[in-house]
Design a protein around this ligand. Structure first.
Ligand SMILES: *Cc1c(COP(=O)(O)O)cnc(C)c1O
Length: 379
């Protein structure tokens, strides 16, 4: 089955009892046992739930993996991966990452005894140099947040394989429609399903996909033991999103291409970050490992913070909000919003300037979006 078909049919057979074409919301905490130990595969909804199972199976299939696990948030999924490690272990992390992942490593796992170091994602060999005897995991995002850098995943995977450490990729920005990290040699794929996968700004969710049985068993044990699972309703809403992922991603990207080109030519814009622009430093590598460039576009305004404030106050159609990947366009100011939890020196070091905006291009009509941006950018 191809992507579009699998998104709608894989793991989603009509309900055997009624023929319902949508997987029912099994809104139950527990399952009756016919005799002690005799049940239909489900005992208790923290351990397993049929609605969640359908979501886990379709996500695994779409990523080209064997196993999927759903979590109550992207951060809960990230926590599960770090929890595979033990005290004294070391994680190498790409330096342009989701602010919450940085906060998790620095404020939660570091006090608990997990070591972490950060490598500039433009220097792939830096990952090799950062490996220590206690390194167990490399964690990267690609494209990165918020600077839309694209990392050569095949090369990082080669470094991880040689050093016998796990490689986890946060594939939230690309989605499996545009990028399949497992096929590039990654061990673990992580998603915030809050974003494109659900696509409608209605739930918070996360997922992990892997083909490594031992890794999956460890994560599955953790999922049940630590309990950060999504409820059946949330899983069902994510499934609704999955079914339209392909059509949404095509439209998101078409709009993003159009707006990135518009912004790149606009005199009020200092710089555009979008791997889909042929002049972008990441265009070539993105073309090599992705089947599309996604729909996140970051840009810097001339005139610093006052220009940003003026721009934000004039937007009507595009909402100023955290989050991304939904049908409506959102703009965020990483310096304060998504990366505010990062110390100022770290933000500066990572190139997150006070004139940077991150646009999540939605699937509204692109001419309407352009007009809204044009109006907000006028002098
Ligand atoms: C939002 C996001 C997360 C965190 O996910 P939540 O669902 O908000 O917990 C992790 N990584 C990336 C790239 C994100 O955009």
């Amino acid at each position: 089955m191809r992507f579009e078909t699998a998104a709608i049919h894989h793991g989603q057979e009509p309900d055997p009892l009624t023929g319902a074409v949508m997987v029912p919301v099994y809104q139950t905490s527990t399952f009756r046992q016919e005799a002690i130990g005799k049940h239909k595969g489900y005992e208790y909804s923290r351990t397993g739930n049929p609605t969640r199972k359908a979501l886990e199976d379709v996500l695994a299939f779409l990523e080209g993996g064997k196993y999927g696990l759903a979590f109550s948030s992207g951060v809960a999924a990230t926590t599960a991966v770090f929890s595979l490690l033990k005290k004294g272990d070391h994680v190498i992390c790409g330096d342009d990452i989701y602010g919450g992942t940085f906060r998790l490593l620095e404020k939660v796992f570091k006090p608990w005894g997990l070591e972490s170091s950060y490598v500039g994602v433009d220097d792939v060999e830096g990952f090799r140099r950062a490996i220590q005897p206690n390194t167990r995991l490399i964690w990267v995002e690609s494209p990165t947040n918020p600077l839309l850098k694209v990392i050569d995943l095949r090369r990082v995977a080669e470094i991880a394989r040689t050093a016998k450490v796990l490689l986890a990729v946060d594939n939230t920005f690309a989605t499996p429609f545009f990028q399949k990290p497992l096929a590039l040699g990654t061990d673990i794929v992580v998603h915030s399903t809050t974003k494109y996968i659900s696509g409608h700004s209605d739930i918070i969710g996360g997922a992990i996909i892997t083909s490594d049985e031992a890794v999956h068993e460890g994560l599955k044990f953790y999922q049940n033991a630590a309990g950060g699972v999504p409820g059946p309703w949330d899983c069902w809403l994510v499934m609704c999103g999955v079914r339209t992922l392909a059509v949404r991603m095509r439209e998101h990207e078409r709009n993003a291409q159009y707006l990135a080109r518009f912004l790149a030519k606009h005199p009020a814009v200092e710089r555009v970050y979008y791997p889909g622009l042929p002049g972008d430093p990441y265009y070539t590598i993105a073309k090599k490992q992705m089947t599309g460039f996604g729909a996140m576009v970051s840009f810097e305004l001339k005139g610093g913070l006052p220009a940003v404030e003026k721009f934000a106050s004039r937007l009507r159609l595009v909402f100023l909000a955290e989050s991304l990947g939904a049908v409506e366009s959102l703009v965020c100011y990483p310096y304060i919003m998504t990366h505010g939890s990062m110390p100022e020196a770290e933000r500066i070091k990572r190139g997150i300037k006070d004139n940077l905006l991150r646009l999540s291009v939605g699937i509204e009509n692109r001419f309407d979006l352009k007009r809204d941006l044009q109006n907000a950018l006028r002098e």
